[in-house]
Write a protein that binds this ligand. Structure first.
Ligand code: SAM
Ligand code: F3S
Length: 458
């Protein structure tokens, strides 16, 4: 897509760009959009910052350390300017949106700043900065977050394509900075989503992941999230696996749960953050459910799909979290019997309601709780994975390097195996693998055979 206003072409055409991404899949998808925008201007991707003429750092503000990571990254990259005075450093994402002024003050090496809704301005601002030598920024959260055409996106994976369907979040979790950085929910039309999915299938993808901070809050006119799932699922037979993330328990109901029983290509995997197992903490967090209600939702989901794989996020050391509260979280995690768990140490974020509460759980105690919960979960996962020994799993290959392949099962389990040589086993192919070894976070197996359809790209 050509940039609006002054063109980037006369100044940085045939040059090279490098992108560093922090944070979640939504940030990865934003980086894919930034890559596509820069490639449309004639820039080529390089895998190391050293050879780049444009460096784009795409940031995440969810935890405190993430902002510090940005300043460290810029500190590293600014030394490259002495070798290449034309080098431009651009910063985007949630930290740019939230702390733009601070970045401009603390990091003079940053030439361009783009907020969460201004990504499409990146080439224009780089061009202007190259021409004038001045710094440029666009931090308008009211701009159209979906203003980048789908065919511009330069997808980073050969196997799984991300499609953002909801931007922003209308929830008000006390600890979370996202509503401030990404704004209120805005949903794309189902027609544009189905159109994008079809064009991805034309390009050889077979797995699509719909993205949103609270993706299952999706609503466009009369179309809610389960309706959207059906539309995408039924759009085309070439779609082998449909996934989505992240879901909020509030929008898990009978209609949503039925999708897992009724849509065969909907992958049997759900990431459903719980955050805590203590009702007092959940109320303070404004999550909108009790521990009991959350567990009832898991039971509802499993009643429609008994083998559904479930993962969650948990925060330890939230203000006021007592030993009893933490024990309640450990109990919930045991009872939920998750397939995976992401544990975070609470960190106070600017502009959230929780920041007004004293951050009173000492750092050492946060770390102890983090360790205890992770160890408990690892034991649980090791046991769950033992059940896979001897089973044949369908693996969609994501990568092959030095004869070793890795890919995911429909339940999102990571599997490694020795890849036999030959054109039939390549990224994007579906193969059967017999599980021979089980670890807490992955499986190892033996290639059995290639399954069903040939990948049209091969
Ligand atoms: N939308 C998701 C949901 O429904 O919960 C969460 C999105 S958030 C960007 C990803 C995860 O980061 C959260 O689930 C939470 O566990 C963690 N997180 C968010 N704010 C945090 C904070 N201030 N400190 C520690 N962890 C945090
Ligand atoms: Fe954050 Fe809660 Fe939304 S965790 S992204 S405010 S659902």
């Amino acid at each position: 897509m050509p940039s609006r206003g002054r063109s980037l072409v006369p100044t940085v055409a045939k040059r090279r760009y490098f992108i560093e991404t922090f944070g979640c899949q939504m940030n990865v998808n934003d980086s894919e959009k930034a890559a596509g925008l820069l490639e449309a201007e004639g820039l080529e991707r390089v895998e190391s910052a050293g050879g780049a003429d444009v460096i784009f750092v795409n940031t995440c503000a969810v935890r405190e350390r993430a902002a510090e990571k940005l300043f460290h990254a810029v500190g590293r990259y600014k030394t490259l300017k002495s070798q290449n005075p034309a080098l431009k450093i651009a910063v985007g994402g949630c930290v740019a949106q939230l702390q733009g002024k601070e970045i401009m003050e603390r990091a003079p090496a940053v030439d361009v700043l783009v907020g969460t809704h201004n990504l499409r301005d990146l080439p224009r601002l780089l061009g202007e900065s190259a021409e004038s030598g001045d710094r440029r920024s666009a931090l308008d959260r009211e701009a159209d977050a979906f203003g980048i055409p789908a065919d511009v996106v330069s997808h980073s994976s050969r196997t799984r394509a991300y499609v953002t369907v909801v931007e922003g979040c209308n929830h008000v979790c006390s600890f979370c900075v996202v509503p401030r950085t990404r704004g209120k929910e805005v949903c794309r039309s189902p027609e544009s989503i189905v159109h994008e999915v079809r064009s991805l299938l034309d390009r050889g993808y077979h797995e699509v992941m719909l993205l949103g901070q609270t993706v299952n809050a999706y609503r466009f006119g009369n179309v809610d999230f389960p309706d959207l799932l059906r539309q995408v699922h039924d759009a085309d037979e070439r779609l082998w696996r449909l996934r989505f993330t992240t879901s909020h328990p509030e929008h898990v109901d009978e209609k949503f749960a039925r999708c897992f029983g009724e849509l065969p290509r909907l992958a049997p995997y759900l990431h459903l953050p719980v955050q805590s197992g203590a009702d007092g903490i959940l109320a303070d967090m404004r999550r909108g459910y009790t521990a009991g209600e959350y567990l009832e939702k898991l039971a509802l989901l499993r009643s429609h799909r008994t083998d559904l794989a479930l993962t969650a996020d948990v925060i330890v050391g939230y203000p006021g979290e007592t030993d009893e509260d933490f024990d309640a979280t450990c109990r919930l995690v045991r009872e939920a019997n998750y397939d995976g768990l992401f544990v975070f140490l609470y960190s106070p974020r600017p502009g959230t309601t929780a920041i007004r509460r004293p951050d009173d759980v000492p750092e050492a105690e946060k770390k102890r709780r983090f360790k205890v919960l992770n160890e408990q979960q690892q034991r649980q996962q090791r046991l769950r994975h033992q059940n896979y020994l001897g089973r044949v799993e369908e693996v969609l290959i994501e990568d092959i390097a030095d004869g070793e392949a890795k890919g995911r099962t429909p339940h999102f389990r990571l599997v490694h195996f020795d890849a036999p040589s030959g054109p039939n086993v390549a990224p994007g192919a579906r193969v059967d693998v017999e599980v021979t070894e089980a670890f807490p976070n992955s499986l190892r197996g033996r290639f059995v055979e290639r399954v069903r359809e040939r990948d049209p790209r091969q």
